[in-house]
Write a protein that binds this ligand. Structure first.
Ligand SMILES: *[C@@H]1O[C@H](CO)[C@@H](O)[C@H](O)[C@H]1NC(C)=O
Ligand SMILES: *[C@@H]1O[C@H](CO)[C@@H](O)[C@H](O)[C@H]1NC(C)=O
Ligand SMILES: *[C@@H]1O[C@H](CO)[C@@H](O)[C@H](O)[C@H]1NC(C)=O
Length: 437
């Protein structure tokens, strides 16, 4: 082989390698799986600046957790079963992961935020004031229709009776993240996810936003209430889905969302899902204890127990960044952790137990005990490191100071690189280690 041929061969190999590495261009993992993209990752369409360090990204993201936990706590504090799904409530303030969905016929591509603690879906629509540039354009879709105020779904999102005179569209207002409010019309159109089409999918078409911002290309609720994707897709997914969230560290990679029973892990340990009739969308599980190394942390049973009347207990959530325990539980875990790791301890963002990374070898494994299932956290799910690598921090926290929370939230930093199976049909949640970075 002469020099030129060798050079050409080298460059063509290089080009095919670069193509293979361009994971953002592949739409999905398997043909039926959807990519789950970290919103701060390279594959995110929102063009985030490349973070200076991933710990700063996490600290920044986790700084929005208090609002999220406050929102979730406000949900469970409401006892009425008639609470509307959407209107007048504070919804999550940040989307950590997005999936590609298409709305309408022909399909219009939207990167929608994945949210397991929400039921409804909504997107910004054409004519919207205050929305970002990517919007859904109903008038170019042949399958689009608006829904009238008299349809049963309207009562769920609106929480108000319809105007007395004549027929009218279903209009509703929703507050979002505490400082923004949007007005939307309930509409229906085809929703395409990977190779599936869900016809007549009901969602909110946002007409105006004031006071703040919302996920720029909308939100897809994966809760289990009546307006959620699972409920609206009926037998298509048989009430089953799973996801594997990639680490925030893996800037270039995406995880996967598998909808329906096909291709789900068969041998997976599960714990029962508990249902709070006042908040049917939330995925409660029975956390029965926490171990730090070989020590079962002393936690009073009452602090952990599920109570649908007060909303207390533990949920698994895709929208909170770091796991939050109610203060007495977190204090007990932290104290045991500090007993076993050599200090001194310092604080970094939301993390109050940072120590010299040189002591990391003695850091104990943290295990969450659920009914029928122990989640033994790999180190990457229990510790995070400062950008210089000199500090390691326990990657959990207590409920935010200003939130009178009764709820423990198992968040996405602790779920990353695990397959989390939501088997609503059989009322169980499965967890298995899976590297999806
Ligand atoms: C659809 O609506 C947009 C804005 O409301 C308008 O600019 C556009 O011309 C309309 N397109 C069609 C095909 O009607
Ligand atoms: C939504 O808010 C606007 C502005 O405050 C108000 O005029 C309208 O009546 C509200 N609509 C509903 C359905 O609550
Ligand atoms: C949760 O687990 C505890 C300990 O095994 C048990 O006593 C309790 O009944 C369980 N709660 C529910 C709601 O299943």
């Amino acid at each position: 082989m002469d020099f030129t041929t060798t050079t050409l061969l080298f460059f063509s190999l290089l080009i095919s390698t670069i193509k293979a590495l361009d994971l953002c261009s592949s739409q999905s993992h398997g043909s039926d799986d959807l990519s789950v993209i970290p919103i701060y990752g390279k594959c995110s369409p929102f063009n985030p600046p490349k973070p200076d360090s991933w710990i700063n990204t996490i600290i920044n993201m986790a700084s929005k957790d208090p609002q999220r936990v406050k929102y979730l706590s406000s949900l469970v504090a409401q006892k009425s079963t008639k609470v509307p799904v959407a209107s007048g409530q504070h919804v999550l303030n940040i989307g950590n992961y997005v999936v590609r969905a298409k709305l309408g016929t022909p399909g219009q591509l939207m990167f929608m935020v994945l949210d397991t603690s929400n039921d409804a879906a909504w997107v910004p629509c054409s004519g919207c004031t205050g929305c970002s540039s990517t919007i859904f354009t109903p008038n170019t879709s042949s399958t689009y229709a608006s829904l009238e105020c008299s349809v049963p779904q309207c009562t769920q999102v609106r929480g108000l009776s319809c105007p007395a005179a004549g027929s009218s569209n279903c209009l509703f207002n929703q507050s979002y993240g505490g400082d923004s409010i949007f007005s939307a019309t309930l509409v229906k159109d085809s929703l395409s996810l990977a190779n599936d089409v869900i016809p007549n999918f009901a969602f909110g078409c946002i007409n105006s936003i004031s006071g703040g911002s919302v996920p720029p290309q909308g939100l897809l609720g994966l809760g289990r209430g009546s307006m959620s994707l699972l409920s609206q897709s009926g037998s298509l997914y048989s009430g089953v889905f799973s996801y594997c969230l990639p680490s925030f560290k893996s800037y270039y990679f995406s995880g996967s969302l598998k909808l329906g029973p096909m291709g789900q892990p068969k041998a997976i340990r599960t714990t029962p899902l508990l249902r709070n009739p006042h908040r049917p969308s939330l995925y409660y599980v029975n956390l029965t204890g926490v171990s730090v190394g070989g020590v079962k942390v002393p936690i009073a049973h009452e602090l952990l127990s599920f109570n649908p009347n007060t909303g207390s207990g533990t949920i698994i959530d895709s929208g909170t960044v770091i796991t939050r325990f109610i203060e007495p539980i977190y204090a007990a875990i932290r104290d045991e952790f500090r007993t076993q790791v050599k200090g001194p301890f310092s604080t970094l963002g939301a993390f109050d137990s940072c120590f010299a990374a040189t002591n990391e070898a003695v850091a104990p494994t943290i295990t969450f005990h659920f009914t029928g299932l122990d989640l033994k956290l790999p180190m990457e799910n229990s510790l995070i490191h400062s950008s210089a690598g000199t500090l390691a921090c326990l990657a959990m926290a207590g409920a935010p100071n200003n939130v009178n929370s009764v709820l423990n939230v198992i968040a996405n930093l602790q779920q990353q690189n695990h397959r989390i199976l939501f088997d609503v049909a059989n009322s169980r949640l499965g967890i298995a280690r899976e590297l999806c970075n």
